[in-house]
Design a protein around this ligand. Structure first.
Ligand SMILES: [Zn+2]
Length: 270
């Protein structure tokens, strides 16, 4: 009998303890259940960054990151030197007045040819033999190149023509979207390349051009680190923007899209 009594008393004690625990945990529970669109979510108490519990009306005010104040060059941003040609800014059939680049079969905007000549002269003086692989390319030539690429992609029927056009945009700029159409861009290599083979190119020449281009008013237009913005990585493609802006962009590590954006922001802030 005694054994049976003690088993029962232990059982009751355990049940009582369990009941106490349940009540205690209910009382201290700080999580709340809320119903959001028919779902039940468990809300944890809001914690501040220091682990302090926040009351409903003490929403933390985000501190804005201090934006370094850039003193922008005072220029007419709509002037020809800053013309933007890319997939979101099509320059249609824009046709600059171009002149031949001496000793080549290529052309360049007549307003900037003297700066290009100085740039090439500088490269020669540094011991290189720069070659203009491509200069000005009119709308019609770009259309020819682009349509050729799209046809090449679609010819075997794997892709529809519309799909091929989209794929071609990743390889060749569509007519009106190529910077070569501005007459302000050149592809500079060490010799003629039918297909731009970076592996085969003179890396020392490309490095010199990249380092010194701003001194002559040029920028490396499609650096690898800006590919996410520009869509291209072309260590041979240089663009005239004028000495002041080239220096500013280089110093502040900006690509043309980012540089133009600064002026757009300034305009909307007025
Ligand atoms: Zn190019």
């Amino acid at each position: 009998m005694r054994g049976k009594y003690s088993v029962l008393s232990i059982l009751f004690s355990v049940m009582f303890m369990f009941l106490l625990l349940v009540i205690a945990s209910r009382a201290t529970e700080t999580t709340k259940k809320v119903s959001v669109d028919g779902y039940t979510a468990v809300m944890q108490p809001a914690l501040g960054t220091e682990g302090m519990e926040l009351s409903a009306d003490s929403t933390p005010i985000p501190t804005p990151a201090p934006t370094p104040k850039l003193i922008l060059p005072s220029i007419d941003i709509n002037s020809w030197e800053y013309m933007l040609a890319n997939n979101s800014n099509n320059i249609s059939t824009y046709t600059p007045v171009v002149v031949p680049i001496e000793g080549t079969t290529q052309f360049f905007d007549e307003r900037a040819i003297s700066y290009l000549n100085e740039f090439l002269e500088g490269a020669r003086a540094a011991g290189f033999s720069p070659h203009i692989n491509a200069g000005y390319r009119p709308y019609s030539s770009q259309r020819y190149l682009f349509n050729g690429k799209a046809s090449q992609i679609s010819w075997d029927g794997t892709y529809t023509y519309a799909e091929a056009v989209e794929l071609a945009k990743k390889i060749v700029a569509p007519p009106g979207a190529s910077e070569h159409q501005t007459g302000l861009a050149v592809d500079i290599t060490d010799k003629h390349y039918k297909i731009m083979d970076l592996e085969a190119m003179d890396k020392n020449l490309l490095a010199w051009l990249k380092e010194h281009c701003y001194e002559y008013g040029f920028i490396l237009r499609y650096p690898d680190k800006k590919e996410a913005i520009t869509g291209w990585n072309e260590p041979w493609h240089f663009r005239y923007v004028g000495k002041e802006v080239a220096k500013f962009m280089t110093k502040n590590n900006l690509c043309l899209e980012q540089f133009l954006e600064l002026y757009k922001k300034q305009e909307t802030a007025k």
